[in-house]
Design a protein around this ligand. Structure first.
Ligand code: GCV
Length: 608
């Protein structure tokens, strides 16, 4: 399957070595009889210019990768029936447009919902060459250029990617090179200790020497490796804290080792106390990233990028923008998104993400960050993303990373038009279902920004108090009178981490957007919302509406003429989504009804 590239030649030859060769192959196969003049200008990098030279012929100018992106632009525009006025000039907003795979060496994918790994089997790099080529082509056509192939939780034997498996890593990177995709690897901060060194202390000379020697071996094998991705001192992973060092000391040590080879250290900021006592009311998990990193602003080497999850918790359906993304002006930052639908329906429920990303950009000045990363939703299912419509999240993520100003509806429409041969009315139906799918999911799951009412560990389906007395710092504290946590200055003080212009939007419940009300405030069920409804009524209404919208979505979606095998997969997943929405709606409503004893104003069924 070629997903949105279904109409291209099905096989891409193995003889192609460089992106500009791939560009020429794609153009000549797609536009037979048209002549193309490809002018490589290395200084242009990923940027391209497309112009007409004479009737019916095109000149493309760009770096080697720029020519490839230009070729896919021309092809996709033609497939979409767009008449573009030439010349067209385009360059990406971010140089690194990254995908992070959480694939383990045994072939399992942590939080993977589309099958097993495309790269690993039985502890080794072992894959289908033709699927890797197709993946390279898909990524390039979406403008994505960095692929981290292994889980940030580096489990044995994935460390061997820097050691015995290095030739295999080199062979895999050769396969991606014609598509302009550079590999990255997640590394284990304690890896020197596998080699008789007694410590992983970043200031220890033997440790520093080990990483330098390792970097030079790795770059001899894979000269264009993008760098190392690191999860340190997080959820049990090793890191600098063990040695009384801070994260700038840890990251800079690796950065020094990679610097001679042009490699980057992408250092994740997902650091919090994952062994919290629920009785402890002083610790507030959303404050953690800021507390660990903000004071280090300006101390990171210039080849370190701090990768910050978009919200302060962990990819809930709705979270505010992480204050760290607003506060570290002297540090290179990447925002991390999650295509894998961990908390957002496991690629069973329909959940199109670009409206949410656009909301984040409404808060985040695009220049505050220098890169975007996204946790992959890929796997070895025939259609790569489990749910056929989840492929739109991969494609539109690429569009966003190229140009954060992209319009959500245009991006989803482009993906639909490339993927399916629908009439304009059918296309419009699908696009609007996709654009509203996140809001629908939000309505039937945890209310008003509270998050976390999900089945523990697996993270699919409702369990309102599943995490309430656990170690993870994710509490809603619902009792018979009220729900939520006060995160204002008077409460946990989380809101103090924001610049004033952000703080004032949230600190007063009368001003705070409804959809984040219970993230920021603890409120009684009888609290009057701006529209006159009580808080409890709003919770009931949202849940009934979410279920009803899912039912309507199902009938509209299933009436569309999807081709097989997509039609069958969409139908069976929609059946599961309907059950999931009903379960969420009833369990959340019953949970709050039992606690509050307040009936639904409209007399609808809430089970006791
Ligand atoms: C890769 C959450 C997920 C973990 C994931 C972690 C992370 O806690 O549940 O599976 O680990 O985030 O982003 O590192």
């Amino acid at each position: 399957m070629n997903l949105w590239l279904e109409k291209l030649e099905s096989d891409i030859p193995g003889s192609l070595k460089k992106p500009q060769e791939t560009a020429l192959f794609e153009l000549e196969s797609f536009f037979p009889g048209t002549s193309f003049d490809l002018c490589e200008q290395p200084g242009m990098g990923d940027a391209y210019r497309i112009e007409n030279t004479a009737a019916g012929s095109f000149r493309l100018t760009g770096g080697s990768t720029g020519l490839l992106y230009g070729a896919y632009r021309l092809i996709a525009d033609r497939l979409c029936g767009l008449d573009v006025t030439l010349p067209v000039v385009s360059s990406p907003k971010y140089t690194l447009r990254m995908i992070n795979c959480w694939d383990n060496a045994d072939g399992e994918i942590e939080r993977g919902y589309a099958g097993r790994s495309l790269f690993f089997r039985n502890g080794r790099l072992d894959y289908s060459v033709s699927r890797i080529r197709t993946l390279g082509r898909l990524l390039a056509s979406a403008g994505l250029n960095v692929l981290c192939i292994n889980n940030v939780n580096v489990h044995d034997p994935a460390q061997l990617l820097l050691e015995d498996y290095l030739p295999d890593l080199a062979a895999l990177s050769d396969l991606f090179r014609p598509f302009g995709v550079r590999l990255m690897v997640s590394v284990d901060f304690s890896q020197p200790m596998r080699h008789g060194i007694a410590t992983a202390d970043p200031l220890d000379p033997a440790v520093r020497a080990w990483w330098k020697e390792t970097a030079s071996r790795v770059y001899a094998a894979v000269p264009d490796l993008a760098g190392f991705l690191v999860k340190a001192d997080s959820e049990g992973r090793p890191g600098p804290f063990t040695y009384g060092r801070n994260h700038a000391e840890g990251a800079n040590m690796l950065a020094e080792a990679l610097k001679p080879f042009g490699g980057m250290v992408v250092w994740r900021c997902f650091v919090y106390n994952c062994r919290q006592d629920w009785r402890d009311t002083k610790t507030d998990r959303p404050k953690a990233a800021w507390e660990h990193y903000a004071f280090l602003d300006g101390e990171f080497a210039d080849n370190v990028i701090l990768q910050v999850k978009h919200g302060p918790f962990d990819f809930q359906v709705r979270e505010p923008l992480s204050p760290l993304l607003l506060g570290m002006k002297k540090t290179r930052l990447a925002m991390e998104l999650q295509l894998a639908q961990e908390y957002t329906g496991h690629q069973i429920d329909l959940y199109t993400m670009i409206p949410m990303w656009k909301e984040l950009y409404g808060e985040l000045p695009a220049d505050n960050i220098m890169s975007l990363a996204a946790v992959s939703n890929l796997g070895d299912d025939e259609n790569y993303t489990g749910h056929p419509l989840a492929a739109a999240n991969l494609y539109t993520y690429g569009m966003l990373a190229w140009n954060p100003d992209v319009d959500a509806a245009e991006a989803v429409t482009r993906w639909c038009r490339l993927t399916y041969d629908f009439t304009p009315v059918q296309e419009q139906t699908l696009v609007s279902l996709m654009l509203s799918s996140r809001r629908t999911y939000e309505k039937y799951t945890a209310p008003l920004g509270i998050g976390w009412m999900v089945t523990p560990h697996d993270h699919y389906g409702p369990n309102p108090s599943g995490y309430e007395y656990d170690l993870w710092g994710t509490y809603h504290k619902a009792d018979r009178n009220a729900v939520g946590i006060d995160r204002t200055h008077a409460g946990t003080g989380y809101l103090d981490q924001y610049p004033d212009q952000y703080r004032i939007k949230y600190e007063d419940p009368a001003v705070c957007p409804d959809l984040l009300l219970l993230f920021y405030h603890r409120l009684p069920y009888g609290y009057r919302m701006r529209d006159g409804r009580t808080l409890i009524q709003r919770i009931y209404d949202d849940h009934f509406e979410g279920l009803e919208e899912t039912r309507q979505m199902a009938s509209a979606l299933l009436a569309l003429p999807f081709p097989e095998p997509d039609a069958g997969v969409i139908r069976s997943r929609m059946e599961k989504q309907l059950l999931n929405a009903r379960e969420w709606c009833d369990i959340i409503n019953t949970f709050f009804h039992r606690l509050s004893g307040i009936p639904d104003d409209k007399g609808r069924t809430i089970y006791d």
